[in-house]
Design a protein around this ligand. Sequence first.
Ligand code: 9MR
Length: 514
Amino acid sequence: MSSNPSQHKKRTRIALLPAAALLLVGGTVFVQSTGPAVAAETTLRAAAAKAGLFFGVAASPGRLSSIVGQEFNQLTPENDMKPSTIATSSGALQNTGAADTLVNHAQSNNMVVRGHTMVWHSQAGSLQGANQATLNTFIGNALTRWGNRIAYWDVVNEALEDNNTGRRRTQWPHTLNRDANGDGDFFDSTDTDVIRDSFIRAKQVVQQNSLSTKLCINDYDVEGLTVQGGTANRKANALYDIVRTYRQYIDCVGFQSHFNDNPNSIISNDLQANIQRFADLGVEVHLTEVDIDDDLSNNDIGQGQADNYRKVVRACLNVARCTGITVWGISDSESWRSSERGLLFTGGNGNYQRKAAYTAVLDELNKGRTISPTTPPVTPTTPPVSPTSTPVPPTTPPVTPSDPPVSPSVSPSSPQPPAGCSASVSLNSWTGGFVATVRVTAGSAPINGWSVGLTLPNGATVSNSWNSTATGTSGAVRFSNVSYNGRIAAGQSTEFGFQGTGTATGITPTCTAS
Ligand code: 9MR
């Protein structure tokens, strides 16, 4: 089959989905089902646009055949915006020619660009070993070089360790981190955190230049709530804690989605639930580097792989704030993992053939979203970056401990006596399982800690929790604050969550403050 869609047999099939109603929420277009049947789209980008998301591809200047602009409406430079190419040791820019070629190609084909990537332990080139001030210089230069021509930037990439430890990496740039009070995290205002400090700088640049560029954190093996064997996905939980804590600086989360037979890289049944919990924080979620090893379907390059693609695309479509999917290359033979044959096309050099996986993705996109109108996505709010940090000179010094804490907190020496708290729960359920998000709200006075009790129905068990310490897994269970979310100012809230098996309908949480 040719790569030119105009030469394809015209699809006469009529999609079963009703017409799409566009809903603008927080600057993002969402689609809800409303009316009569509409014709199916014949390209990935058209079908995705109708469903209210982008469908993109990773590209290099040597791979800009016509199919790029025909099938995709988003482009990520696969290698040409990495520090190894464009950064000098002082954080200045160099060698931006290939990146410019890609941005120009995207613009002339009405494609959105994702910048990839700024703060990363790998492919750092001359930036390797830089301090935070130099990283900040590079962040500012990269953001302002392309401005609004880049819609999304991966500010921080792959910050978390392999093997489901849930820990940060220990190599540079994470050697810049300092856990000042030794409590095991980098979230306290006196800690130094390269993730926080890089996002603070990026947000300052965005605000000072009135850019609309959205700032993302991107990682792999974070896709499911669980990994193989049903073990909690600690890496996903750690990413969730980072996004929740630094929500005011982070606009979007990338799940790389390199699915293969590594036990931590599987397509788990709770992919959608995990996308949903990040989306519930108000960030956009993107599947940023999708490829699906055909081994996952018993060496079946046909239907099994197609079904897996369908499942992944559906998980995104079912979450309103999942606003984009990007495949990591056009064809199997030109992929970084060609032996896995994980992409949507075969062939090469501009002559590509569609696989069953392509047809499945197109079909699933054409079905559109199935989003309940009763649960509109939350509009994200981005408060201005701390007034103490403006105006910012071109080369910003590292963010100092004098920066205000990121999350709402009260002084530990707060004179008020402990007061009450309340808790409410929202459930995201599927057959055989659920995710509960519990909101803890302080009463009329600040609280220094909290504990939420609830009784699970018979047969329900807790398998995984985040942002709390859980006691018990069935019947009467209890969740207590962790180090960074115990203190809540009067009238303010924090959230924790847990995943369970069985059904949790009707659970009533009770909050006790300390
Ligand atoms: O696809 C990229 C490949 O061409 C490079 O050789 C490789 C070097 O690390 O990086 C690949 O892209 C990576 C991406 O930037 C981040 N996530 C993992 C991707 C695959 O390794």
